[in-house]
Design a protein around this ligand. Structure first.
Ligand code: AMP
Length: 189
């Protein structure tokens, strides 16, 4: 460890506003990835900064402490954000996985992509009856993934208290696909 630095994983010692600006500065725009015309929001620099990452998880934990019984994360970056949040809250974690990855019986939902369709799945016994769920992902874009995931949670017996995303690409209008589902955008305006 470098002298004078907090150990990796220690929360950042700054207030929420400064922390959010730091988090924002650690998200890299990658033009034309994975396809031409898409600006990919790369959270790898954020994940690589232990203090900022831990600070972000701390902010989310403050928001959901006592309000949820379980965290559900959407594959794959929703796992990276959702699992440490669950640990911080002392609750369980449910992975919402891409089709074909979960063993045994599953509940599935399909949604439209720009070209073609995609499917996601959860295990039918993933949620205890009426468990309160924080649903987590990194980016809300067209909203198809989040809408399908929220529908799956409901079909598996959970109640989504709120969808939490790091960023929202508002120009894509994803919220219109989410009905009255509450949405928390960490790096909102
Ligand atoms: P959508 O279903 O269009 O809302 O897309 C959301 C999902 O795709 C999330 O799981 C994101 O991780 C991913 N995604 C969509 N657009 C981007 C983007 N510009 N940068 C990074 N991830 C994205």
């Amino acid at each position: 460890m470098t002298a004078g630095r907090l150990p990796t994983g220690a929360p950042a010692q700054e207030g929420p506003t400064a922390l959010l600006e730091r988090v924002r500065g650690l998200i890299r725009d990658v033009p034309d990835f994975p396809t031409p015309g898409v600006v990919f929001k790369d959270i790898a620099p954020l994940l690589g900064d232990g203090e900022a990452f831990a600070g972000l998880i701390g902010l989310l934990a403050d928001r959901y402490r006592g309000r949820v019984d379980v965290v559900a994360g959407i594959e794959a970056r929703g796992f990276v954000l959702g699992a440490p949040l669950a640990v911080a809250l002392g609750v369980g974690f449910v992975p919402v996985r891409k089709a074909g990855k979960l063993p045994g019986e599953t509940v599935a939902a399909s949604y439209d992509l720009e070209y073609g369709t995609a499917s996601i799945e959860v295990q039918p016994d993933a949620f205890h009856r009426a468990s309160r769920v924080a649903l987590v992902d990194d980016v809300l874009a067209t909203g198809g993934t989040a809408a399908a995931a929220a529908g799956l949670v409901a079909r598996a017996g959970g109640e989504v208290v709120e969808l939490a995303v790091l960023m929202e690409l508002t120009f894509l209008g994803g919220r219109s696909r989410l009905g009255d589902l509450p949405v928390h955008v960490v790096l909102g305006d």
